[in-house]
Design a protein around this ligand. Structure first.
Ligand SMILES: *Cc1c(COP(=O)(O)O)cnc(C)c1O
Length: 338
């Protein structure tokens, strides 16, 4: 797959590390677990959205935009990383924040919300759950146009065909690392939300003939709702790259449940996963995404779905700033859902 035809900005120096987790593997007592450190991508601090934004921001700049307009939840990693890219490019940035849990937006909240203000978001509109976000962002772009400015909208999570190219690039980076480090992976575990990461990685694996199954862990939906999104995303990436083949529906696989009771609301398995990685490997997961994704990996290993001795690769997609918005829950000082 030839990505060199697409404009791209670079926000990370070199590949992110591919590492074995010896202490965590021992504590888990099942599969051998490797990690792709996409929490160490560039921008402040980086995460999976960094890869998508390399292509999205390049597209915005190519079209003459001066302002990035995007949307997300009150503690959105995606909004924070988009703002960080805008700052680096000398652009402005505006958000539409969806209050998925009513009353949950607080101007003085810590975590990502603090970083929005520290890095100087230009404007931020809070709307209730269920609002048409595309329309809300378009209103911001229209307002900018009235002032002679040019906004570029980026969908939630940066998940469209252009953003998905970032995870095709990750697939190619992994292929090179497997080769250079002599690593043989049996299955990959990745988070599945707005689906640019899961869908882009799947398109990249299929398109580069990397014959390793990908297991998604839903962070906000069960498979009946999640899998079609991932399939659409992978198809859109194929089309943009000119791959003249359908993405096989059976290549899309995800697990639900681990995100419950609700997107971004803590549960006991997430707390265990965050503590376990912090205490065995000094790796920081986050409460909203990677903690729940790793909870899925742990639970599926204990149940024998991931087998003893199998080589698993966990994609660490970032998110650590929101740890600070959930400190009492993560230390066991406040109750969480089972
Ligand atoms: C956005 C995000 C995800 C989910 O990725 P999608 O591409 O939206 O599916 C996973 N982990 C972290 C830390 C994220 O910020």
């Amino acid at each position: 797959m030839d990505l060199s035809r697409f404009p791209r900005r670079r926000y990370t120096h070199g590949p992110t590390p591919l590492e074995f987790l010896p202490n965590f593997t021992k504590a888990l007592g099942g599969p051998n677990v490797w990690i792709k450190r996409d929490d160490l991508l560039g921008l402040a601090p980086g995460g999976n959205k960094t890869r998508k934004l390399e292509f999205l921001v390049a597209d915005a700049l190519a079209g003459g935009a001066d302002t990035l307009v995007t949307c997300g939840a009150p503690q959105s990693n995606h909004c924070r990383i988009t703002l960080s890219a805008a700052v680096k490019e000398g652009m402005k940035c505006r958000f539409v924040i969806e209050e998925r849990v009513p009353g949950s937006y607080r101007l003085d909240a810590s975590g990502n919300n603090f970083l929005y203000r520290l890095m100087g978001v230009e404007a931020l509109t809070v709307v209730p759950a269920g609002t048409d976000m595309q329309q809300a962002m378009q209103r911001v772009v229209d307002e900018l146009a009235g002032q002679g400015r040019k906004g570029y909208t980026i969908p939630g999570g940066g998940s469209n065909a252009i953003g998905g190219l970032g995870y095709v690039a990750c697939a190619q980076e992994l292929q090179q690392q497997f080769f250079e480090q002599g690593v043989r992976i049996d299955r990959v575990v990745v988070g599945s939300g707005s689906s640019g990461t899961h869908g882009g990685l799947l398109a990249g694996f299929l398109g580069n003939h990397i014959d390793i199954p990908i297991v998604g862990i839903g962070v906000s939906r069960d498979p009946a709702d999640q899998d079609p999104l991932v399939h659409n995303e992978a198809q859109a990436v194929f089309r943009l790259l000119g791959v003249d083949k359908p993405v096989p529906r059976q290549a899309v696989l995800s697990f639900g449940d681990y995100w419950r009771p609700k997107y971004s609301v803590p549960n006991a398995k997430m707390v265990e996963a965050v503590q376990m990685l912090a205490r065995t490997e000094a790796i920081l997961l986050d409460p909203v995404y990677t903690g729940k994704i790793m909870a899925g990996l742990i639970d599926l290993s204990r149940k024998g779905y991931f087998r003893k001795g199998e080589n698993l690769l966990f994609i660490h997609t970032g998110g650590a700033p929101s740890l600070h918005a959930y400190e009492p829950q993560l230390l066991g000082d406040a109750p969480v859902a089972q």
